[in-house]
Design a protein around this ligand. Structure first.
Ligand SMILES: C[S@@+](CC[C@H](N)C(=O)[O-])C[C@H]1O[C@@H](n2cnc3c(N)ncnc32)[C@H](O)[C@@H]1O
Length: 396
């Protein structure tokens, strides 16, 4: 059997060329600073304080590079530790960080089970890793021990329904090619994939694309030797068992069954999330944030000193809204248009990640009370899809 370390040494994931850092910055969740602040710290983090960050299972560096670059560009102090078992993945991540001239990152080759030995962290990124551990609970628990009491975890773990077709194939390829080295396994599995019946669930699943993207993607999706998925109920129980509590999902709207049933419900929160996941049927990952179990969540704020960030170009969105057209939002790969009253357009245009709500109101000559009511539909429309966040990270 090929071990997880051998796998990622042969095919560091995701496949990245450090030279591409000159052309683009890959963005994604978790670990967008304004999203971390909004969900973990109620939009009130003091960004003048150094953020101690652990990127656990950092792979070829997408989360690492995003966070290091965003904080550097914002002029915010941080110290970052990259931790991964694979030396090949680390080499790619190191080259990407060097290419960008970022210099507050130290690299460690080890298991994330050793995270508590590295100190206490204010923020831990662990994206697409814990479901690959032989004992994922031990991984969750090790990260909980390494997290500061008022810190948090940004996570991504696999979800079952959107991965339909993956697990039977992993099992079959595992049985057929168990004794082959990684490159031979890949070649054999690729050839066999082409011979699968057209009706195989993997061939009918439009939500999975990694195996078409690169060798590393094919290997990671279909040849993994250690891989499991979490139903949302299972995930919440795992967090609870291992010293965490959910702070929030990046797109909470995905977990609200009433958005599909069209009816109010009286389900308990965890059951409602499970029902939403079952009704959607397409979630392939759960992406969100957790805080240490027992830590207090920040109280919700209504004040106008909050600084909104829009997850899309504000001027463009404002133009569409002003014209009375629907804003196309992507939800789980499908377009799900939303409409807003055209009179909200100027407020949307005012969002730049630096102005407070009070300053946006003043620019529009609105009195603060009236502005609050006016702002609510904007918040209600974008927040469930992770498109509106509050954070002072860019405010100097
Ligand atoms: C699917 S990749 C994800 C990489 C990165 N987090 C991302 O989202 O792009 C999984 C990474 O986790 C690493 N990994 C797996 N088990 C680990 C462990 N016990 N400790 C540290 N890293 C681990 C692998 O070497 C691999 O680089």
């Amino acid at each position: 059997m090929v071990t997880v370390t051998e796998h990622y040494d042969a095919y560091p994931y995701p496949a990245r060329d450090p030279a591409d850092e000159d052309k683009r910055l890959i963005l994604g969740s978790p670990s967008r600073p304004e999203e971390m602040d909004h969900i973990l710290w109620g939009g009130r983090r003091d960004w003048t304080q150094t953020l101690r960050i652990l990127v656990a299972g950092g792979g070829s560096g997408d989360g690492l590079v995003q966070l290091a670059q965003r904080l550097t560009s914002a002029g915010r102090p941080y110290e970052m530790t990259y931790l991964d078992l694979s030396t090949s993945a680390r080499a790619v991540a190191e080259a990407r960080i060097a290419r960008r001239g970022l210099n507050h990152v130290q690299f460690v080759t080890d298991s994330l089970l050793r995270a508590p030995d590295l100190g206490l962290f204010d923020y831990i990124d662990c994206c697409g890793v814990l479901h690959h551990l032989p004992d994922p609970d031990a991984g969750f628990a090790a990260l909980a021990q390494a997290c500061a009491p008022d810190g948090g975890l940004g996570f991504m773990v696999y979800a079952p329904h959107g991965r339909s077709g993956v697990y039977p194939l992993q099992a079959a390829f595992g049985a057929l090619f168990a004794d082959e080295p990684p490159q031979a396994r890949l070649a054999a599995a690729r050839a066999l994939y082409d011979r699968l019946p057209a009706g195989h669930p993997i061939k009918r699943n439009p939500h999975l694309v990694d195996h078409h993207a690169s060798d590393a993607g094919f290997y990671d999706l279909l040849l993994h030797s250690q891989d499991r998925a979490y139903g949302v109920g299972d995930l919440l129980e795992t967090l609870d068992r291992t010293g965490w509590q959910l702070a929030g999902f990046c797109q909470p709207g995905l977990y609200e069954p009433e958005r599909i049933t069209g009816q109010p419900h009286d389900l308990a929160p965890a059951e409602a999330m499970a029902v939403a996941e079952q009704l959607r049927g397409t979630l392939k990952v759960h992406v969100g944030y957790a805080r240490p179990k027992g830590a207090e969540a920040p109280a919700p704020r209504q004040s106008l000193d909050r600084i909104p960030h829009l997850g899309a170009p504000a001027a463009k969105v404002a133009q569409v809204v002003a014209a009375g057209r629907a804003v196309p939002i992507k939800v789980e790969g499908e377009s799900s248009p939303v409409t807003l009253p055209p009179q909200t357009a100027p407020a949307i245009a005012g969002i730049d990640g630096r102005r407070t709500l009070a300053e946006i109101a003043a620019r529009l000559g609105k009195d603060p009370l009236a502005f609050g009511a006016w702002w609510r539909p904007i918040e209600d429309t974008f927040m469930p899809w992770g498109l509106l966040r509050y954070s002072g990270v860019l405010r100097r």
